[in-house]
Design a protein around this ligand. Structure first.
Ligand SMILES: [Zn+2]
Length: 78
């Protein structure tokens, strides 16, 4: 029940829900890509090193964002 988008009075809500879910999914996939990249850097031995300037990302930043690829300074520039 309630799967008919075009004629169901709940149609607009369903479309919105789908869009919202798609946005959340895209966000989740982005985070997974970030984590995958971080794991790649772990394997390569470059984890915790800023990919942009080569300086340490920093313990505090890694604690807050374990998948961070750049230091705070470079993240601001971006
Ligand atoms: Zn940097």
């Amino acid at each position: 029940a309630g799967t008919d988008d075009e004629h169901d009075p709940e149609g607009a809500t369903l479309a919105f829900e789908r869009q919202h879910t798609a946005a959340l999914l895209a966000q989740a996939l982005e985070q997974i890509a970030e984590i995958d990249a971080a794991i790649g850097r772990l394997d390569a031995g470059t984890y915790g090193v800023c990919v942009r300037c080569g300086q340490p990302v920093g313990q505090d930043r890694l604690a807050a964002r374990p998948a961070a690829a750049t230091c705070v300074q470079c993240a601001r520039v971006k």
